[in-house]
Each structure stands twice: as C-alpha cells, then as structure tokens.
Write a protein that binds this ligand. Structure first.
Ligand code: ADP
Length: 311
C-alpha cells in the first residue's frame, strides 16, 4: 500500500485508563486487603478501536475528551505513540479522565467501577469542530461510551459527506434512539443485539434473525459477533453468512470486539468486500483474545495476515 492510499478513519469515542489491581480475593464492604500487583492499561472503546486501526497502518484521528489530570496527559501520549492523531482530543477542566478501576481475584472473579469522567462531556460541538476531518475520511467509527447526541451528530455529518459509518453499539443502551441505526454498518455482540431488537441471540440461527431485524430498523449491513462462535452478517444481497472464528487459545477476551471493529473499519475503508473484511476482522478479534488488556492486545497488520495465510 502506498502512502497516498492509506485508508483514513475517524473515530469518535471514549478514552479510558484501566487501573487494574490483583488481590487474593475480592474485598467485602468495609474490608481492607493487601493486593499483590497493579497495572495501568490504556483502554476505552474509542481509543481501543483507534489503536486497532492504526496498528493496521490506517491514518486514524480520534475525537474525544480527557480530564485535566495526569492520567489524561498519559493517555494522549499513548495515542500519539500509536500514531493516532489526537489533535481533536479536548481537555475538560475540573473533571477526571475516564477511568475503570478493576479488581481481579486469584479465582478470576472481578469487580469493575467505571467513571466516565470527561467521556461524558463530549459534545455535538466537539464533533462539528472536526467536520472537515470527518468529511475527508473513508470511514467513521462509533461506539456508545460518550453522549448519544454526539454520536448522532457524527452520523449526520458523515452521511452528508457520504462517509461510510460503522456503529459498534456498545455498551448497550436501555433506550436506543432510532437514528443510531441510520448507519452503513452496525456490529453489536450477542447481548447488545438482543437488547436492541428484543430478540434472543444465543446461536447463529437466532443471530441471523436479529441481524435482519437490525436491517429493518435502518442499518444497511448488520453484523452480530458471537465470541468463539464467530459472527453473522446480513448485507443488501439477502444472503446471510456465518463467518466462523479462528481457533486460538483465549486468555482474555477484553476488547476482542474493539480489535474486530477497528480491523473491519480498516478493510471497509480500503473498499474490501464485506465477507473478506469480516474474515480479516475475525482474525484480529481472535488474536486480541490471546493477550491480556485492552490496547496492548490489539494486533498488528502482519500478525493478522499471518493468521489468515493458508498453512
Ligand atoms: P465483544 O468483545 O464486543 O463482546 P466478541 O466477544 O463477540 O465481541 O468478539 C468479537 C470477535 O472476535 C468474534 O466475532 C470473533 O471473531 C473473535 N473472537 C472473540 N472471542 C474469540 C475466541 N474465544 N476465539 C476466537 N475468536 C474470538
């Protein structure tokens, strides 16, 4: 791929720091325990998907917000180290950056507290200020960890400029504004798809029915990811397809969906057909499960190509 033809992707979404502590067991209310280790891991669905696409060698720009704390500054340094353009990441005074405080017990049990912080302050005006970047992009990638109004504004702008829109509707919303589904591609996991459609999604056949329902609600292409069962897609050809997953030894499925969405955005920005794009995205998702953490688990282009190469 030459420099001029690098796909351009804009992501509008969340930026978080995961503060992960390990303890022999989870504490009871009021109890103080001694932990065994601690890590800071860069995360947030928006930032994860931006890093996933950047590791594929796409030109990626992220629109979002951090707080005026040391965490926020470190998160931006991390994005820039991954070659993600953070010039549209604004700083909100008087609030923290998005944080997830995650306790992990020896048994594998965890407890998580998410503080949206500055992610909750992303506005439609922030998105409008980046209109020219969206207009110049091939793909707009969205999730739901920021206010829904900002997401809808981004969809409207992208549609005006005929930029391909991909929505990963995570985390699921209790009330789902219909305009969110006026996108080219929607890619929920099984529980999100079930919540949006009100249908059961526990296997491939049910996922096809739910995907068709998502299309009837406005999405041109509906993909439902099913973890180790792979994913299904319904596109405009009325020919639903199942894409099996790649067999790997999964150690941590955190951010598999983000690796999948970032890689999907990369392929569609290059104009690849949907089925090829989904095979590539599935390989990216599979690799992410073989490593711990969010952004550190995102695969690189050569790793995905190696998994796709026939043995
Ligand atoms: P989310 O993280 O949003 O819940 P999924 O768990 O469905 O998303 O994962 C997204 C994609 O990543 C799946 O469709 C699949 O291709 C791949 N994937 C996820 N878990 C595994 C696994 N255990 N083995 C292989 N591939 C996986």
């Amino acid at each position: 791929m030459s420099e001029q033809h690098r796909p351009r992707i804009v992501v509008v979404g969340s930026i978080n720091l995961d503060l992960v502590y390990h303890v022999p067991r989870l504490p009871q209310p009021g109890e103080t325990l001694t932990g065994t280790s601690f890590q800071q891991v860069h995360g947030g669905k928006g930032a994860n998907q931006a890093v996933a696409a950047a590791r594929m060698n796409a030109d990626v720009s992220l629109i979002g917000r951090i707080g005026d704390d040391t965490f926020g500054a470190a998160l931006v340094v991390g994005l820039e180290a991954e070659a993600v353009d953070a010039s549209h990441v604004k700083t909100s005074g008087g609030t923290s950056s998005g944080l997830a405080v995650i306790g992990v017990a020896d048994s594998g049990q965890n407890c998580i507290t998410v503080i949206p912080g500055a992610n909750g302050l992303v506005t439609s005006a922030d998105v409008m200020a980046a209109e020219s970047s969206i207009a110049a992009s091939d793909v707009l990638l969205l999730q739901l960890e920021i206010p829904v109004e900002a997401v809808i504004t981004a969809i409207r702008i992208a549609r005006n400029y005929k930029v391909l829109t991909i929505l990963d509707p995570a985390p699921a919303l209790q009330t789902f504004p219909p305009e969110l589904l006026c996108v080219d591609v929607v890619c929920p996991n099984e529980s999100e798809a079930s919540l949006i459609t009100g249908l059961p999604v526990t296997n491939v056949a049910e996922a096809v029915v739910a995907a068709r329902h998502l299309q009837s609600l406005g999405a041109k292409i509906a993909i439902i990811t099913l973890g180790s069962l792979g994913c299904v897609v319904c596109d405009e050809s009325d020919n639903p397809r199942h894409v099996p997953s790649f067999p790997v030894t999964a150690v941590d499925t955190t951010a598999a969906g983000d690796a999948f969405a970032g890689a999907l955005g990369f392929c569609l920005a290059q104009g690849q057909p949907i089925f090829e794009a989904l095979c590539f995205a599935s390989a990216a998702g599979a690799i992410a499960t073989t490593r711990r953490g969010a952004q550190p688990a995102m695969p690189r282009l050569d790793e995905v190509n190696a998994l796709l190469k026939p043995k």
